[in-house]
Design a protein around this ligand. Structure first.
Ligand code: UD1
Ligand code: UDP
Length: 368
């Protein structure tokens, strides 16, 4: 059985890493087809998880837009599909690489397994374009690997047949466990390296398209204003490489002393920085899943989320990007809410998601 695993951005690489090893170590001919939608941020992950791409399409351009990115991806991926004639193609999540990967497989009539299927906000424009990507990929997917009961329910409500939906958990938890098992470096040493080991800090990440510009400006202004009155607190911001994100970050936070800008961190280092944070503010998808496992209160800088599990579990709050609301929640975390939100909780999986995916692929071959 020959499987093509298509991925191209940092979070996808993290979340397919254990699937790749699980299939490879169990006799499946797996090819890592890297689109290269990301470059530096992706290579960091490939090195850490010891993945050697079979293909690297090196597609990234500075300031790429959705249309040209999608167009270039589909043309290049089609060549790979025609050459390799995969029995199955796997994609993970909701990026442009996922949409283009699934579409290329579909054009070549190759069955698609969608990892992290069934996440929905119900708003096509938020997150943009990810909500549409998930739904579009869903319609051409052969098997939906859904992380949670809520994701299964979403898919059933959209009319997908029950026998094509498998609840498997989220591979992000497999990746966290893999790191714990294989990488022994001391998390404290990593924090020392960045000179944040003895500081009380909020960890911030922000990169979503719908937050570019004013929403991000308002959020950073609120954080700055709050921190100016709370002198023991720092803000640590490992910045996405997107120039638009960096421009806004510098515009609002330059000149403020207790900010620490970092380059995108290698995954292990990022976990160390998460682990040492007082709390987390983020618009990231993956971070919303990891934070509950580490027992870190998380303020979600978005108006909605496709990951309501952490909110239901009480470890995350949906805050949005309005100046007053951001400050309101930062103030609330000065009180009892902080302890309530600090409970370690993991609604996203048990670390065996990749194994379940492999078992399904075996069984599907037997059926055929
Ligand atoms: C993409 C995904 C988003 C995901 C995010 C993870 C789409 C439409 N968006 O958004 O769902 O949450 O990745 O981080 O697929 N850049 C670099 N080096 C890198 C990576 C990015 O320089 O290694 C810069 C480039 O200028 C690039 C820009 O960032 O053009 C934007 O990258 P792109 O992949 O288009 O969008 P993201 O915001 O990263
Ligand atoms: N991450 C990382 N280094 C960083 C910031 C994030 O390794 O400097 C990891 C994080 O732990 C999570 C993933 O990258 O697993 C999230 O990626 P991102 O926020 O870019 O994308 P999203 O999850 O929102 O699609």
């Amino acid at each position: 059985m020959k499987v093509g695993l298509i991925f191209g951005t940092r979070p996808e690489a993290i979340k397919v890493s254990t699937v790749y090893h699980e299939l490879k170590n169990n006799g499946i001919d797996i090819k890592a087809v890297v689109t290269g939608q990301h470059k530096e941020m992706l290579y960091q992950v490939l090195d850490l998880f010891e993945i050697k791409p079979d293909y690297d399409l090196q597609i990234m351009k500075q300031g790429q837009n959705l249309a040209e990115l999608t167009g270039r991806l589909i043309i290049k991926l089609d060549e790979v599909m025609k050459k390799e004639k995969f029995d199955y193609v796997l994609v993970q999540g909701d990026t442009t690489s996922v949409l283009a990967g699934a579409l290329s497989a579909f054009y070549n009539q190759i069955p698609i397994g969608h990892i992290e299927a069934g996440l929905r906000t119900g708003n096509l424009y938020s997150p943009f374009p990810e909500e549409a990507n998930r739904k579009l990929v869903g319609t051409i997917t052969d098997i939906h690997f859904a992380p949670t009961d809520i994701n299964v329910k979403n898919l059933l409500q959209e009319g997908y047949p029950k026998n094509k939906i498998l609840k498997v958990g989220n591979t992000v938890i497999d990746a966290l466990y893999w790191i714990k098992k294989h990488k022994k470096e001391k998390l404290e040493n990593i924090r020392k390296k960045y000179n944040i080991n003895n500081k009380k800090y909020i960890l911030l990440t922000m990169h979503r398209r719908e937050n570019w510009g004013i929403p991000m400006e308002n959020t950073l202004k609120a954080i700055r204003s709050y921190l100016e009155k709370n002198e023991e607190l720092y803000i640590v911001f490992p910045m996405h490489l997107n120039p638009l994100v960096r421009e806004t970050a510098h515009k609002i936070l330059d000149g403020f002393e207790r900010k620490i800008f970092l380059e995108p961190l290698e995954y292990l280092e990022f976990i160390a920085v998460m682990d040492g944070a007082h709390y987390i503010m983020t618009d990231s998808g993956g971070v919303q899943e990891e934070a509950p496992s580490l027992g870190k209160p998380t303020l979600v800088l978005r108006d909605n989320t496709e990951r309501p599990e952490a909110i239901e579990a009480g470890t995350a709050k949906l805050v949005g990007t309005q100046y007053d609301n951001v400050i309101k929640y930062m103030k609330l975390l000065e009180g009892d809410l902080y302890m309530e939100m600090s409970r370690s909780n993991n609604p996203y999986g048990d670390g065996k998601t990749s194994e379940r995916i492999r078992k399904y692929l075996y069984s599907s071959v037997n059926i055929k």
